[in-house]
Design a protein around this ligand. Structure first.
Ligand code: UDX
Length: 460
């Protein structure tokens, strides 16, 4: 363990670091950008300067954060790989290009020559950046933007292969993974295109980035994932493993890093709806549906009779350049339903009119829903979404999975179950919301973890 030198105490009783600046480098996808920028904001509010390194792919808009310095890094992602939209392929291509070109080394060296930095916070998927920083003697810290359970699963991947759980066999999908309760084989982080070797490689590189770093910061909170955090602390020998979430509540600029324009007209619309009456529906920034599924969702929502706010991203429908809502849908839901291309989601979930969330269970969406005490209909698609659903359903009892083919009658029934008969889930969600409030108090676990983080940065 590294020695932690105490930092001076500020007027507000919180510690202030000796070091003046940190660098951050998010993975260029919305679900990774948001928590990294929220962490940057929290560190900035504790007196640290922040320089944001970012790729040209999904480049960040410096105007959204005038308090930070922005530096673009050539990412070398080939256009044909970027066009596939496959995150795993993009991560591997980007890392390979960065390692081959030495571009990150040059940018880092020049940034450090301008002004020294205490450390660099990286996304776990940026091993190339981690290596470049280490070569320059700059300490790295990893921010994991998924759950502790998810990273614990990454660490267990070699064991899962050794014991034969992976690669997954059709006949064993429902087999419980005894070493990682409550997960079953089908809940693990699996390849959606049967490319298990590629997933194995990406996860091994992510764990390597963490093991090579000084510390690990996770966007979760102690009371939510106690056992999972313990498991990580037992298995990873780094100076600090800190649960600092939910970061969007510690940051004053929760939704300030959106790649898409947020349609704020929905807030006025929500203001006119009855308390707890609206179902919010969003499948995050990457998940997609085909046009048949879009139609089933539309009619399921329409037939449910429930007020709803539905995010239909411009690229939500696979193989189509439009959103193509079915004929007659607008008339059927007039005044009761609103469809928008992108929402100020954290504000929507915190709005008193919203009473439930139909989600794909990306980790940010899951944590944002838990924070507001909202029960969920879960429709996971890939990556960590299945395991998040499993936890929502069985560990926290704040939602249920909508399984099988998307079909309008099933959707209608699920909506009724959530919005009209979901008292037990709603009560569990309220209890969990109280735990979130506790971890955010001035002596709460997440605030104390940020204190420790500041102390640790000061010791570097
Ligand atoms: C995916 C994974 O599923 C996720 O678990 C992983 O950690 C990152 O990649 P994504 O599809 O982006 O993530 O979902 P999620 O993690 O929920 O992040 C989406 C973010 O976009 C959330 O912070 C949400 O508030 C925001 N959002 C979403 C909006 O601001 N507006 C919207 O309309 C929808």
């Amino acid at each position: 363990m590294a020695t932690v030198h105490e930092a001076p105490i500020d007027g507000d009783g919180r510690r202030r670091p000796h070091a003046r600046r940190v660098l951050v480098f998010p993975l260029p996808f919305q679900g990774h950008i948001n928590p990294m920028m929220q962490l940057a904001d929290v560190l900035h509010s504790r007196g640290l300067g922040v320089t944001v390194l970012h790729t040209r792919f999904n480049a960040l808009d410096p105007a959204l954060h005038p308090e930070f310095t922005f530096v673009a890094v050539p990412d070398g992602i080939p256009a044909d790989v970027a066009a596939t939209g496959s995150i795993i392929s993009i991560i591997l291509a980007m890392n390979a290009a960065m390692e081959a070109s030495g571009a990150v080394d040059d940018v880092l060296a020049s940034v450090l020559a301008d002004e020294p930095a205490a450390c660099l916070f990286i996304d776990a998927n940026l091993l190339a950046v981690q290596k470049a920083a280490t070569a320059l003697g700059l300490p790295t810290m990893v921010l994991r933007t998924g759950s502790a359970a998810c990273f614990s699963c990454f660490l267990a991947y070699p064991m899962l292969h050794e014991k034969g759980y992976l690669p997954p066999k059709e006949s064993q999908l429902c087999t419980p993974v005894e070493e990682l309760p409550p997960l079953r084989v089908k809940d693990l982080f699996l390849s959606s295109s049967n490319n298990h070797e590629m997933v194995r490689k990406v996860l091994a590189r992510a764990t390597e980035a963490v093991r090579n770093s000084h510390g690990l910061v996770i966007n979760t909170f102690e009371a939510l994932e106690t056992a999972e955090l313990d498991r990580i602390r037992r298995e990873v020998d780094v100076a600090v493993v800190l649960a600092v979430g939910p970061l969007h509540k510690l940051s004053t600029r929760g939704t300030g890093s959106s790649l898409l324009q947020q349609d704020r007209s929905c807030i006025e619309w929500l203001d006119r709806q009855a308390a707890g009456s609206v179902l919010y529906v969003s499948f995050g920034s990457l998940a997609s549906v085909d046009s048949g599924e879009l139609s089933e969702v539309a009619w399921g929502l329409a037939n449910s009779g429930q007020p709803f706010l539905w995010v239909v991203r411009p690229d939500l429908v696979r193989g189509s350049d439009g959103t193509g809502l079915p004929e007659g849908f607008d008339r059927a839901v007039d005044g009761r339903g609103k469809v928008i291309p992108w929402a100020p989601q954290q504000e929507v979930l915190a709005h008193p009119a919203v009473g439930g969330f139909w989600t794909h269970n990306g980790w940010n969406s899951t944590l944002e829903s838990i924070t507001e005490g909202l029960p969920m209909i879960c429709r996971p698609q890939f990556a960590d979404q299945m395991m998040n659903t499993r936890y929502v359903e069985t560990e926290w009892s704040v939602g249920f999975e909508l399984e099988g083919e998307l079909e309008r009658n099933k959707i209608e029934e699920a909506i009724r179950n959530l919005m009209s008969h979901g008292d037990v889930m709603r009560e569990s969600a309220r209890e969990l919301k109280k735990k979130v409030a506790t971890c955010l108090e001035s002596d709460g676990s997440s605030v104390l973890a940020i204190d420790k983080l500041i102390d640790y940065i000061s010791s570097l």
